[in-house]
Design a protein around this ligand. Structure first.
Ligand SMILES: *Cc1c(COP(=O)(O)O)cnc(C)c1O
Length: 406
């Protein structure tokens, strides 16, 4: 790759930004990361057996108030194992949101099951639980303790809510639905470490949850994840499956197909240092959101993110909606304007149900998601963003709004 190519390539979220640029999400390594990594190298504890793996598991379990935590190589691997452990089998169906990063849909396919896509609610952009109820009422048959999709004839086996952008799903209603139809709940809390639903941390509000330490997440190990649960049987099964299903470490007896999904001690060391800084990171994300909202309030055509009365979001990623009529241009045009000023922004993820691998899957009355996708714009939200940088971004957005009418 030549240098000029490199410049024109927008950098990945969670990577260092080119000088002068205000990045979307950039990791911050300002605590004990070096000290702990050096400790690993000095003591030769570098593989997946090591004290930092255990410490990270303990620390994250404490944060989400889970009895058990199992570190994994990524959040996606955590989702894969959680689905297996929850008993999702080939040809089952799993209810997931259409508006999310693609990882949960892929994990459903890894176990040979099929995602059924649910719409998002227009207020908080989370899985629309009224539509989940409608889907079950209109499209499914509840018989002999089993929920079956009338059209596909498949068993609906689990529900996988995602706390999109860190804002919690209304878990009370979701758990009611799940209990009524005996569906295990796999909570994708990969974006939501530190978020709370009615004063309880997300993660193990359902039966099993997943956390991610990817480079763009609120805390990072470069890459990594965690399975969290209060179910001790599920926890040991998760540990077993992530470590090649090893039944005898001396004779190498494996009674099942397992996975090498363990996190290395070196990466866990970074994670332990990152968790130490989580309170400060959460405060920073909240302050960032408050300042954006204060400056952007009243901008014509700009809708600000809202926090539900039952929610405390970690504001992992601050996102606005741009109404082209009211604002004078669409979200992609605004993205290009910001880009010319060296400010990174990007829309929410492309709705999964219309992407090639998932086009043939059922999507139940998914409508809001397309509008959210079209109008959304995620603004720079790194934990290390300065007040000045936030003002620069917000002022640019305000200025573009008034340009036409000025
Ligand atoms: C980041 C993320 C994951 C997991 O990502 P990894 O990169 O595999 O750690 C899963 N689901 C959602 C919604 C995510 O945003």
């Amino acid at each position: 790759m030549i240098d000029s190519d490199r410049k024109s390539t927008p950098s990945e979220p969670g990577t260092p930004a080119p000088g002068g640029c205000i990045p979307l999400t950039e990791p911050a390594m300002r605590g004990n990361e070096w000290t702990y990594v050096r400790e690993c190298l000095d003591t030769n504890w570098v593989s997946s057996a090591g004290p930092f793996v255990q410490r990270l598991e303990r620390d994250v379990a404490r944060w989400v108030r889970a009895n058990h935590a199992v570190a994994t190589v990524s959040g996606t691997a955590a989702l894969h194992i959680a689905l297996l452990v929850a008993g999702v089998e080939p040809d089952d169906e799993v209810l997931i949101p259409a508006l999310t990063f693609i990882a949960p849909a892929n994990a459903v396919r890894y176990v040979g099951a099929h995602p059924v896509f649910m719409d998002a609610d227009p207020e908080y952009w989370q899985m629309d639980l009224n539509k989940v109820r409608d889907f079950i009422a209109k499209e499914c048959l509840w018989k002999n303790g089993m929920l079956r999709n009338r059209t596909s004839k498949r068993r609906v086996k689990a529900i996988l809510p995602v706390h999109v952008l860190g804002h919690p799903v209304e878990m009370g209603s979701l758990l009611d639905i799940a209990a009524k139809y005996e569906l295990p709940v796999i909570e994708d809390a990969t974006e939501a470490l530190g978020s709370e639903y009615r004063d309880r941390p997300v993660g193990v509000l359902g039966d099993i949850g997943c956390v991610s330490f990817n480079g763009n997440k609120i805390i990072t190990t470069g890459g990594g994840g965690m399975i969290v649960t209060n179910n001790s049987e599920w926890a040991s099964r998760s540990r077993y499956l992530t470590t090649q299903a090893k039944d005898d470490p001396v004779e190498y007896i494996h009674n099942e197909v397992g996975y090498n999904y363990r996190l290395s001690n070196v990466l866990a060391a970074i994670g332990v240092a990152q968790v130490e800084q989580l309170p400060g990171y959460l405060e920073s994300k909240r302050k960032t959101a408050q300042l954006y909202s204060r400056i952007l309030a009243g901008t014509p055509g700009i809708r600000l993110p809202e926090e539900a009365e039952w929610a405390k979001t970690n504001y992992w990623q601050y996102a606005i909606l741009v109404d082209p009529g009211g604002y004078g241009m669409g979200s992609r045009e605004l993205m290009n304007c910001l880009s010319r000023a060296d400010v990174q922004s990007r829309p929410l993820w492309h709705p999964i149900h219309s992407l090639p691998p998932y086009r043939d899957c059922q999507a139940f009355e998914v409508k809001t998601v397309d509008r959210l996708y079209e109008r959304s714009l995620c603004l720079p939200s790194s934990v290390g963003i300065s007040e000045r940088q936030i003002r620069v971004v917000a002022d640019l957005i305000r200025k573009e709004a008034t340009r036409e009418t000025a």
